[in-house]
Design a protein around this ligand. Structure first.
Ligand SMILES: *Cc1c(COP(=O)(O)O)cnc(C)c1O
Length: 461
Protein backbone atom coordinates (compact mmCIF):
# COMPACT_ATOMS: atom_id res chain seq x y z
CA UNK A 1 0.00 0.00 0.00
CA UNK A 2 0.99 3.58 -0.21
CA UNK A 3 2.42 6.30 1.88
CA UNK A 4 1.26 9.02 4.16
CA UNK A 5 3.21 12.04 5.34
CA UNK A 6 4.18 11.86 8.97
CA UNK A 7 1.30 13.37 10.91
CA UNK A 8 1.32 15.96 13.61
CA UNK A 9 4.16 18.23 12.55
CA UNK A 10 3.39 21.91 12.27
CA UNK A 11 5.08 25.01 11.03
CA UNK A 12 3.52 27.89 12.93
CA UNK A 13 -0.24 27.49 12.64
CA UNK A 14 -0.60 25.01 9.81
CA UNK A 15 0.56 21.43 9.35
CA UNK A 16 3.65 20.92 7.19
CA UNK A 17 1.75 18.94 4.55
CA UNK A 18 -0.53 21.88 3.78
CA UNK A 19 1.15 23.83 1.01
CA UNK A 20 0.12 27.31 -0.01
CA UNK A 21 -1.72 26.75 -3.30
CA UNK A 22 -0.54 28.37 -6.53
CA UNK A 23 -4.18 28.93 -7.43
CA UNK A 24 -6.63 28.96 -4.55
CA UNK A 25 -9.51 28.33 -6.98
CA UNK A 26 -8.12 25.08 -8.40
CA UNK A 27 -9.45 21.65 -7.47
CA UNK A 28 -6.99 18.97 -6.40
CA UNK A 29 -8.37 16.16 -8.59
CA UNK A 30 -7.14 13.32 -6.32
CA UNK A 31 -9.48 14.49 -3.57
CA UNK A 32 -12.62 14.66 -5.71
CA UNK A 33 -15.00 12.27 -7.39
CA UNK A 34 -14.22 11.48 -11.01
CA UNK A 35 -16.71 13.85 -12.64
CA UNK A 36 -16.01 16.87 -10.42
CA UNK A 37 -14.61 19.90 -12.21
CA UNK A 38 -14.57 23.65 -11.94
CA UNK A 39 -15.44 26.03 -14.72
CA UNK A 40 -15.03 29.75 -14.00
CA UNK A 41 -15.08 28.89 -10.31
CA UNK A 42 -18.34 26.97 -10.51
CA UNK A 43 -18.08 23.42 -9.17
CA UNK A 44 -19.82 20.84 -11.35
CA UNK A 45 -20.38 17.22 -10.30
CA UNK A 46 -22.03 14.63 -12.52
CA UNK A 47 -22.65 17.38 -15.07
CA UNK A 48 -24.70 19.37 -12.55
CA UNK A 49 -23.55 22.83 -11.47
CA UNK A 50 -23.53 22.89 -7.70
CA UNK A 51 -25.06 26.40 -7.41
CA UNK A 52 -28.02 25.22 -9.54
CA UNK A 53 -28.39 22.10 -7.44
CA UNK A 54 -28.49 23.99 -4.15
CA UNK A 55 -30.92 26.49 -5.62
CA UNK A 56 -33.32 23.52 -5.57
CA UNK A 57 -32.37 21.61 -2.44
CA UNK A 58 -30.67 24.29 -0.32
CA UNK A 59 -27.59 23.73 1.86
CA UNK A 60 -26.08 21.85 3.50
CA UNK A 61 -26.38 18.98 1.05
CA UNK A 62 -24.45 15.83 0.30
CA UNK A 63 -23.81 15.44 -3.42
CA UNK A 64 -23.27 11.85 -4.54
CA UNK A 65 -21.52 11.22 -7.85
CA UNK A 66 -23.31 8.08 -9.06
CA UNK A 67 -20.90 7.24 -11.88
CA UNK A 68 -17.99 7.59 -9.49
CA UNK A 69 -19.59 5.32 -6.88
CA UNK A 70 -20.37 2.65 -9.46
CA UNK A 71 -16.89 2.90 -10.96
CA UNK A 72 -15.20 2.41 -7.57
CA UNK A 73 -17.47 -0.54 -6.79
CA UNK A 74 -16.64 -2.09 -10.16
CA UNK A 75 -12.93 -1.42 -9.69
CA UNK A 76 -12.93 -3.46 -6.47
CA UNK A 77 -15.04 -6.20 -8.01
CA UNK A 78 -12.80 -6.46 -11.08
CA UNK A 79 -9.46 -6.16 -9.26
CA UNK A 80 -10.36 -8.73 -6.61
CA UNK A 81 -11.12 -11.56 -9.01
CA UNK A 82 -12.07 -14.75 -7.25
CA UNK A 83 -12.97 -12.82 -4.11
CA UNK A 84 -16.38 -11.81 -2.82
CA UNK A 85 -16.47 -8.05 -2.30
CA UNK A 86 -18.86 -6.93 0.42
CA UNK A 87 -19.67 -3.22 0.45
CA UNK A 88 -19.68 -2.14 4.11
CA UNK A 89 -23.10 -0.52 4.32
CA UNK A 90 -22.35 1.27 7.54
CA UNK A 91 -20.18 3.74 5.59
CA UNK A 92 -23.32 4.95 3.81
CA UNK A 93 -26.50 3.12 2.95
CA UNK A 94 -29.85 4.05 1.49
CA UNK A 95 -32.22 1.98 -0.61
CA UNK A 96 -30.96 3.19 -3.97
CA UNK A 97 -27.30 2.75 -3.04
CA UNK A 98 -28.05 -0.82 -1.92
CA UNK A 99 -29.47 -1.37 -5.44
CA UNK A 100 -26.32 0.05 -7.04
CA UNK A 101 -24.18 -2.28 -4.94
CA UNK A 102 -26.19 -5.27 -6.12
CA UNK A 103 -26.24 -4.08 -9.75
CA UNK A 104 -22.45 -3.75 -9.76
CA UNK A 105 -22.06 -7.34 -8.59
CA UNK A 106 -21.03 -6.70 -4.99
CA UNK A 107 -22.34 -8.30 -1.83
CA UNK A 108 -23.44 -6.19 1.14
CA UNK A 109 -22.45 -6.04 4.80
CA UNK A 110 -24.90 -4.78 7.38
CA UNK A 111 -24.45 -4.42 11.12
CA UNK A 112 -27.92 -3.70 12.43
CA UNK A 113 -31.55 -4.56 11.98
CA UNK A 114 -32.11 -1.17 10.34
CA UNK A 115 -29.38 -1.68 7.76
CA UNK A 116 -30.74 -5.15 7.06
CA UNK A 117 -34.18 -3.66 6.45
CA UNK A 118 -32.74 -1.19 3.95
CA UNK A 119 -31.02 -4.05 2.12
CA UNK A 120 -34.24 -6.05 1.97
CA UNK A 121 -36.18 -3.01 0.79
CA UNK A 122 -33.70 -2.81 -2.10
CA UNK A 123 -34.30 -6.51 -2.74
CA UNK A 124 -30.72 -7.47 -2.09
CA UNK A 125 -30.45 -11.26 -2.13
CA UNK A 126 -30.14 -12.32 1.57
CA UNK A 127 -27.61 -14.96 0.52
CA UNK A 128 -25.29 -12.07 -0.42
CA UNK A 129 -25.64 -10.24 2.88
CA UNK A 130 -23.11 -10.42 5.72
CA UNK A 131 -24.37 -9.58 9.20
CA UNK A 132 -21.94 -7.96 11.67
CA UNK A 133 -22.08 -6.57 15.16
CA UNK A 134 -20.80 -7.32 18.64
CA UNK A 135 -24.24 -7.35 20.26
CA UNK A 136 -26.83 -8.82 17.94
CA UNK A 137 -29.99 -9.61 19.86
CA UNK A 138 -31.64 -13.06 19.74
CA UNK A 139 -34.44 -11.42 17.72
CA UNK A 140 -31.96 -10.03 15.18
CA UNK A 141 -30.25 -13.40 14.90
CA UNK A 142 -33.56 -15.20 14.43
CA UNK A 143 -34.52 -12.81 11.67
CA UNK A 144 -31.17 -13.19 9.91
CA UNK A 145 -31.30 -17.00 10.05
CA UNK A 146 -34.93 -17.10 8.91
CA UNK A 147 -34.05 -14.89 5.95
CA UNK A 148 -31.13 -17.09 4.95
CA UNK A 149 -28.54 -14.36 5.39
CA UNK A 150 -25.33 -15.51 3.69
CA UNK A 151 -23.13 -15.20 6.73
CA UNK A 152 -23.47 -14.03 10.28
CA UNK A 153 -20.18 -12.94 11.78
CA UNK A 154 -20.04 -14.34 15.31
CA UNK A 155 -18.46 -12.07 17.87
CA UNK A 156 -18.88 -13.57 21.37
CA UNK A 157 -19.48 -16.82 23.26
CA UNK A 158 -22.98 -15.58 24.12
CA UNK A 159 -23.63 -15.39 20.42
CA UNK A 160 -22.18 -18.86 19.81
CA UNK A 161 -24.80 -20.16 22.25
CA UNK A 162 -27.60 -18.09 20.77
CA UNK A 163 -26.82 -19.18 17.23
CA UNK A 164 -26.48 -22.83 18.20
CA UNK A 165 -29.78 -22.85 20.04
CA UNK A 166 -31.71 -20.98 17.32
CA UNK A 167 -30.31 -23.31 14.64
CA UNK A 168 -31.08 -26.41 16.71
CA UNK A 169 -34.57 -25.22 17.59
CA UNK A 170 -35.64 -24.03 14.12
CA UNK A 171 -33.80 -26.68 12.12
CA UNK A 172 -32.58 -23.92 9.81
CA UNK A 173 -28.94 -23.73 8.83
CA UNK A 174 -26.98 -20.77 10.17
CA UNK A 175 -24.02 -19.89 7.98
CA UNK A 176 -21.45 -18.14 10.14
CA UNK A 177 -17.91 -16.82 10.34
CA UNK A 178 -15.87 -16.19 13.47
CA UNK A 179 -14.54 -12.70 13.99
CA UNK A 180 -11.04 -12.93 15.38
CA UNK A 181 -8.70 -10.29 16.74
CA UNK A 182 -5.17 -10.81 15.59
CA UNK A 183 -3.64 -8.30 17.99
CA UNK A 184 -3.22 -5.82 15.17
CA UNK A 185 -4.87 -2.44 15.15
CA UNK A 186 -4.50 -0.11 12.22
CA UNK A 187 -5.88 3.39 12.02
CA UNK A 188 -4.72 5.87 9.43
CA UNK A 189 -0.96 6.01 9.35
CA UNK A 190 0.34 3.24 11.53
CA UNK A 191 -0.52 -0.13 12.88
CA UNK A 192 0.15 -1.43 16.33
CA UNK A 193 0.71 -5.10 17.01
CA UNK A 194 -0.20 -5.89 20.58
CA UNK A 195 -0.17 -9.10 22.59
CA UNK A 196 -3.44 -8.38 24.34
CA UNK A 197 -6.47 -7.10 22.48
CA UNK A 198 -8.16 -4.52 24.65
CA UNK A 199 -11.29 -3.83 22.57
CA UNK A 200 -14.82 -5.06 22.22
CA UNK A 201 -14.77 -6.81 18.82
CA UNK A 202 -13.95 -10.41 18.09
CA UNK A 203 -12.34 -13.41 19.75
CA UNK A 204 -8.69 -13.16 20.70
CA UNK A 205 -6.43 -15.57 18.84
CA UNK A 206 -3.63 -15.41 21.39
CA UNK A 207 -5.85 -16.26 24.39
CA UNK A 208 -7.27 -19.34 22.67
CA UNK A 209 -10.81 -17.92 22.66
CA UNK A 210 -10.98 -17.88 18.86
CA UNK A 211 -10.04 -21.55 18.69
CA UNK A 212 -12.61 -22.41 21.37
CA UNK A 213 -15.37 -20.52 19.49
CA UNK A 214 -14.51 -22.45 16.33
CA UNK A 215 -14.52 -25.75 18.25
CA UNK A 216 -17.99 -25.09 19.69
CA UNK A 217 -19.45 -23.94 16.38
CA UNK A 218 -18.10 -26.96 14.51
CA UNK A 219 -19.81 -29.17 17.08
CA UNK A 220 -23.18 -27.38 16.86
CA UNK A 221 -25.90 -28.94 14.70
CA UNK A 222 -27.25 -26.85 11.78
CA UNK A 223 -24.35 -24.43 12.04
CA UNK A 224 -22.27 -24.09 8.89
CA UNK A 225 -18.99 -22.44 9.88
CA UNK A 226 -17.58 -20.88 6.71
CA UNK A 227 -14.37 -19.42 8.06
CA UNK A 228 -12.45 -16.83 10.01
CA UNK A 229 -12.92 -13.10 9.74
CA UNK A 230 -10.35 -10.42 10.52
CA UNK A 231 -10.90 -6.66 10.23
CA UNK A 232 -7.94 -4.70 11.58
CA UNK A 233 -9.03 -1.09 11.34
CA UNK A 234 -9.83 1.77 9.05
CA UNK A 235 -8.21 4.32 6.76
CA UNK A 236 -5.17 2.04 6.42
CA UNK A 237 -2.34 2.82 4.01
CA UNK A 238 0.21 0.26 5.04
CA UNK A 239 -0.11 -3.45 4.19
CA UNK A 240 2.26 -4.56 6.96
CA UNK A 241 -0.69 -4.64 9.39
CA UNK A 242 -2.56 -7.00 7.05
CA UNK A 243 0.54 -9.13 6.76
CA UNK A 244 0.95 -9.60 10.51
CA UNK A 245 -2.79 -10.25 10.89
CA UNK A 246 -2.86 -12.77 8.03
CA UNK A 247 0.03 -14.70 9.55
CA UNK A 248 -1.70 -14.96 12.93
CA UNK A 249 -5.11 -15.80 11.43
CA UNK A 250 -3.67 -18.48 9.16
CA UNK A 251 -1.70 -19.95 12.07
CA UNK A 252 -5.10 -20.40 13.72
CA UNK A 253 -6.46 -21.91 10.50
CA UNK A 254 -3.60 -24.42 10.62
CA UNK A 255 -4.25 -25.24 14.29
CA UNK A 256 -7.92 -25.87 13.46
CA UNK A 257 -6.85 -28.22 10.67
CA UNK A 258 -4.40 -30.06 12.93
CA UNK A 259 -6.56 -30.36 16.04
CA UNK A 260 -10.12 -30.33 14.68
CA UNK A 261 -9.47 -31.95 11.28
CA UNK A 262 -11.24 -29.11 9.44
CA UNK A 263 -9.87 -26.73 6.85
CA UNK A 264 -12.28 -23.82 6.94
CA UNK A 265 -13.18 -22.99 3.32
CA UNK A 266 -13.36 -19.19 3.53
CA UNK A 267 -11.42 -16.25 4.95
CA UNK A 268 -12.47 -12.60 5.18
CA UNK A 269 -9.77 -9.93 5.36
CA UNK A 270 -12.09 -7.06 6.34
CA UNK A 271 -12.04 -3.53 4.97
CA UNK A 272 -10.36 -0.33 6.02
CA UNK A 273 -8.58 0.69 2.81
CA UNK A 274 -7.57 4.33 3.00
CA UNK A 275 -8.67 7.22 0.79
CA UNK A 276 -7.27 10.68 0.12
CA UNK A 277 -8.89 13.27 2.36
CA UNK A 278 -6.05 15.72 1.83
CA UNK A 279 -2.85 15.92 -0.18
CA UNK A 280 -0.99 14.09 2.61
CA UNK A 281 -2.79 10.83 1.73
CA UNK A 282 -1.65 8.64 -1.14
CA UNK A 283 -3.95 5.62 -1.35
CA UNK A 284 -3.39 2.46 -3.38
CA UNK A 285 -5.54 1.41 -6.29
CA UNK A 286 -7.84 -1.61 -5.86
CA UNK A 287 -5.60 -3.46 -8.30
CA UNK A 288 -2.46 -2.86 -6.24
CA UNK A 289 -4.35 -3.78 -3.07
CA UNK A 290 -5.61 -7.00 -4.62
CA UNK A 291 -2.11 -8.00 -5.69
CA UNK A 292 -0.62 -7.25 -2.29
CA UNK A 293 -3.32 -8.96 -0.23
CA UNK A 294 -3.42 -12.03 -2.45
CA UNK A 295 0.37 -12.35 -2.34
CA UNK A 296 0.35 -12.05 1.46
CA UNK A 297 -2.32 -14.73 1.88
CA UNK A 298 -0.72 -17.08 -0.66
CA UNK A 299 2.66 -16.70 0.99
CA UNK A 300 1.33 -17.40 4.49
CA UNK A 301 -0.76 -20.35 3.27
CA UNK A 302 2.30 -21.88 1.66
CA UNK A 303 4.15 -21.51 4.94
CA UNK A 304 1.48 -23.44 6.82
CA UNK A 305 0.81 -25.95 4.05
CA UNK A 306 -2.77 -24.70 3.74
CA UNK A 307 -4.95 -24.44 0.65
CA UNK A 308 -5.78 -20.79 -0.10
CA UNK A 309 -9.33 -20.31 1.20
CA UNK A 310 -12.05 -18.51 -0.76
CA UNK A 311 -11.33 -14.88 0.11
CA UNK A 312 -13.51 -11.86 0.71
CA UNK A 313 -13.00 -8.20 1.58
CA UNK A 314 -15.28 -5.48 2.92
CA UNK A 315 -14.47 -2.00 1.62
CA UNK A 316 -16.79 0.79 2.72
CA UNK A 317 -14.93 4.08 2.79
CA UNK A 318 -12.83 3.30 -0.30
CA UNK A 319 -16.00 3.02 -2.39
CA UNK A 320 -18.33 5.71 -1.10
CA UNK A 321 -15.92 8.11 0.60
CA UNK A 322 -14.59 9.91 -2.47
CA UNK A 323 -17.96 9.71 -4.26
CA UNK A 324 -19.60 12.38 -2.13
CA UNK A 325 -18.94 15.97 -1.24
CA UNK A 326 -20.82 18.24 1.14
CA UNK A 327 -21.90 21.70 0.05
CA UNK A 328 -22.39 24.43 2.63
CA UNK A 329 -23.22 28.13 2.63
CA UNK A 330 -20.88 30.43 4.50
CA UNK A 331 -22.68 32.35 7.26
CA UNK A 332 -20.02 34.33 9.09
CA UNK A 333 -16.31 35.02 8.63
CA UNK A 334 -14.09 35.94 11.55
CA UNK A 335 -10.38 36.64 11.59
CA UNK A 336 -8.78 35.50 14.82
CA UNK A 337 -5.33 36.76 15.77
CA UNK A 338 -2.89 34.08 16.87
CA UNK A 339 0.48 34.36 18.55
CA UNK A 340 3.33 35.60 16.39
CA UNK A 341 1.38 38.19 14.42
CA UNK A 342 -0.45 35.64 12.29
CA UNK A 343 -4.16 35.00 12.09
CA UNK A 344 -6.65 32.30 11.24
CA UNK A 345 -9.86 32.94 9.32
CA UNK A 346 -12.80 31.10 10.88
CA UNK A 347 -15.44 30.41 8.27
CA UNK A 348 -18.75 29.31 9.79
CA UNK A 349 -21.06 27.20 7.64
CA UNK A 350 -24.69 26.12 7.95
CA UNK A 351 -23.89 22.56 9.11
CA UNK A 352 -21.03 21.07 11.08
CA UNK A 353 -20.61 18.18 13.50
CA UNK A 354 -24.23 17.11 12.93
CA UNK A 355 -23.46 16.24 9.28
CA UNK A 356 -19.76 15.39 9.70
CA UNK A 357 -18.66 14.20 13.13
CA UNK A 358 -15.38 12.73 11.92
CA UNK A 359 -13.24 15.80 12.54
CA UNK A 360 -14.46 16.09 16.14
CA UNK A 361 -14.47 12.33 16.71
CA UNK A 362 -11.25 11.22 15.02
CA UNK A 363 -9.35 14.47 14.50
CA UNK A 364 -9.86 13.77 10.80
CA UNK A 365 -8.47 16.05 8.09
CA UNK A 366 -10.51 17.38 5.16
CA UNK A 367 -10.11 19.99 2.47
CA UNK A 368 -12.50 22.61 1.10
CA UNK A 369 -12.94 24.81 -1.92
CA UNK A 370 -15.08 27.73 -3.00
CA UNK A 371 -17.88 26.25 -5.13
CA UNK A 372 -19.77 29.12 -6.73
CA UNK A 373 -17.33 31.71 -8.05
CA UNK A 374 -13.70 32.47 -8.83
CA UNK A 375 -11.70 34.63 -6.50
CA UNK A 376 -8.78 36.83 -7.39
CA UNK A 377 -7.83 37.32 -3.73
CA UNK A 378 -4.77 35.63 -2.31
CA UNK A 379 -5.04 32.59 -0.03
CA UNK A 380 -5.52 32.91 3.72
CA UNK A 381 -5.20 30.16 6.29
CA UNK A 382 -8.75 29.17 7.13
CA UNK A 383 -10.70 26.83 9.32
CA UNK A 384 -14.20 25.72 8.38
CA UNK A 385 -16.42 25.41 11.45
CA UNK A 386 -20.05 24.49 11.97
CA UNK A 387 -22.92 26.23 13.72
CA UNK A 388 -23.17 23.95 16.75
CA UNK A 389 -22.61 24.78 20.39
CA UNK A 390 -19.18 23.16 20.70
CA UNK A 391 -15.76 24.70 20.20
CA UNK A 392 -14.74 21.35 18.69
CA UNK A 393 -17.40 21.70 16.00
CA UNK A 394 -14.86 21.84 13.19
CA UNK A 395 -15.36 20.51 9.67
CA UNK A 396 -11.99 21.36 8.08
CA UNK A 397 -9.17 22.11 10.50
CA UNK A 398 -6.69 23.57 8.03
CA UNK A 399 -7.21 24.88 4.52
CA UNK A 400 -6.14 27.80 2.41
CA UNK A 401 -9.20 29.72 1.30
CA UNK A 402 -9.51 32.89 -0.77
CA UNK A 403 -9.00 36.01 1.32
CA UNK A 404 -12.27 37.52 0.14
CA UNK A 405 -14.45 34.60 1.28
CA UNK A 406 -17.69 36.07 2.53
CA UNK A 407 -21.17 35.26 3.86
CA UNK A 408 -23.27 33.74 1.09
CA UNK A 409 -20.37 31.96 -0.59
CA UNK A 410 -20.78 28.28 -1.30
CA UNK A 411 -18.03 25.97 -0.18
CA UNK A 412 -17.68 22.26 -0.85
CA UNK A 413 -15.83 19.64 1.17
CA UNK A 414 -14.83 16.50 -0.77
CA UNK A 415 -14.49 12.95 0.55
CA UNK A 416 -17.49 13.07 2.89
CA UNK A 417 -19.30 9.98 1.57
CA UNK A 418 -18.18 7.57 4.26
CA UNK A 419 -19.35 7.99 7.84
CA UNK A 420 -20.82 11.43 7.06
CA UNK A 421 -24.55 11.03 6.54
CA UNK A 422 -24.42 7.62 8.22
CA UNK A 423 -23.10 9.15 11.46
CA UNK A 424 -25.13 12.35 11.19
CA UNK A 425 -27.13 13.45 14.20
CA UNK A 426 -29.85 15.87 15.19
CA UNK A 427 -27.57 17.69 17.65
CA UNK A 428 -29.03 21.11 18.41
CA UNK A 429 -32.13 19.80 16.63
CA UNK A 430 -30.36 20.15 13.32
CA UNK A 431 -32.27 18.74 10.37
CA UNK A 432 -30.08 16.18 8.64
CA UNK A 433 -29.18 17.18 5.07
CA UNK A 434 -30.34 15.44 1.91
CA UNK A 435 -28.28 13.09 -0.26
CA UNK A 436 -28.61 14.12 -3.88
CA UNK A 437 -27.31 11.81 -6.59
CA UNK A 438 -25.96 13.45 -9.73
CA UNK A 439 -25.27 11.79 -13.06
CA UNK A 440 -25.10 12.90 -16.70
CA UNK A 441 -26.46 16.36 -15.93
CA UNK A 442 -29.42 15.10 -13.87
CA UNK A 443 -29.90 15.27 -10.12
CA UNK A 444 -32.09 13.07 -7.99
CA UNK A 445 -32.79 13.29 -4.25
CA UNK A 446 -32.12 9.85 -2.73
CA UNK A 447 -32.58 10.91 0.88
CA UNK A 448 -34.57 14.07 1.47
CA UNK A 449 -33.73 16.79 3.96
CA UNK A 450 -35.36 16.28 7.34
CA UNK A 451 -38.11 18.66 8.32
CA UNK A 452 -39.35 19.97 11.63
CA UNK A 453 -42.16 17.42 11.31
CA UNK A 454 -39.51 14.67 11.40
CA UNK A 455 -38.24 16.05 14.70
CA UNK A 456 -41.74 16.32 16.15
CA UNK A 457 -42.62 12.80 14.97
CA UNK A 458 -40.80 11.38 17.97
CA UNK A 459 -41.26 14.25 20.46
CA UNK A 460 -44.73 13.51 21.74
CA UNK A 461 -45.25 16.98 23.16
C1 LIG B 1 -16.32 -0.73 9.33
C2 LIG B 1 -16.01 -2.08 8.85
C3 LIG B 1 -15.66 -2.27 7.51
C4 LIG B 1 -15.47 -1.13 6.52
O1 LIG B 1 -14.44 -0.29 6.89
P1 LIG B 1 -13.97 0.86 5.86
O2 LIG B 1 -12.92 1.59 6.58
O3 LIG B 1 -15.19 1.71 5.61
O4 LIG B 1 -13.52 0.18 4.63
C5 LIG B 1 -15.46 -3.56 7.07
N1 LIG B 1 -15.61 -4.62 7.91
C6 LIG B 1 -15.95 -4.47 9.20
C7 LIG B 1 -16.11 -5.65 10.06
C8 LIG B 1 -16.17 -3.20 9.72
O5 LIG B 1 -16.50 -3.06 11.00
Amino acid sequence: MSGHASPGSFTGTSPVWLKTPDDVNALVPELWSATAEKTDGVLTVGGVAVPDLVANVNTPAYVLDEADFRERARAFRDAFTGYDVYYAGKAFLCTEVARWVQQEGLSLDVCSDGELSVALRAEVDPARIGYHGNNKTPMELRRAIALGVGRIIIDSFDEVERIASIAAETGMTARVMVRVTAGVEAHTHEYIATAHEDQKFGFSISSGDAFEAVRRLLAAPNVDLRGLHSHIGSQIFDSSGFEVAARRVLALQARIRDELSTELPELDLGGGFGIAYTTQDDPSTPKALAEELTAIVEHECRGFGLAVPHLSIEPGRAIVGPSMCTVYTVGTVKEVALDGGVSRTYVSVDGGMSDNIRTALYDADYSATLAGRTSSAGPVLGRVVGKHCEAGDIVVKHEFLPGDIAPGDLIAVPGTGAYGRSMASNYNHALRPPVVAVRDGESRVLVRRETEADLFATDLG
